[in-house]
Design a protein around this ligand. Sequence first.
Ligand SMILES: Cc1cc2nc3c(=O)[nH]c(=O)nc-3n(C[C@H](O)[C@H](O)[C@H](O)COP(=O)(O)O)c2cc1C
Length: 164
Amino acid sequence: MTSPSDLRQAFGQFGTGVAIIAFHDRESRPVGITVNSFASVSLEPPLLSWCLDNNSHLYPDVAAIERFSVNILAADQLDLSNRMAGAGSHILAADEFEAGTADTPLLRGALAQFDCHIRHKVEVGDHIMLIGGIDKAAHCPLNRAPLMYFRGTYVGLELEPQNG
Ligand SMILES: Cc1cc2nc3c(=O)[nH]c(=O)nc-3n(C[C@H](O)[C@H](O)[C@H](O)COP(=O)(O)O)c2cc1C
């Protein structure tokens, strides 16, 4: 049987981008949480997913949401990523977001923004999986470096294609 620590290290070999999920909490405050469990799911219909730890203090808020956004972070958003990953520091400042569909907060300066409604909430193991229907997607046309995460730490990414 693989230990949770070995499993965490094995999962960590999968280099990912970093996203902030933004939504309104139960007190209508705009909040964000840093995740790397984002995945594209379907083009037609347009769907994506992400997962939240059952132990997150945001769990009761997420269990109640009807809308959220996924914001793919650029390398220059490392400080925001750290802030939204710290316990008890999830409130977004007014100048950090703009209003999307039905007031969903969309983060300024992100490489891409997905404005979503909830399609499914699935309790799976020690996480809840959120599957979102994408109402609107936007992306930055500039060749900006993404924020990346690998083996438990942020890493830089060479933007030159590696075609062998
Ligand atoms: C790069 C990175 C990726 C993360 N990915 C996830 C994730 O996919 N799901 C999750 O629940 N928490 C994830 N976290 C942890 C949360 O961002 C946050 O640290 C944690 O939820 C803090 O506890 P709280 O939610 O109780 O405030 C990630 C943290 C970092 C730094």
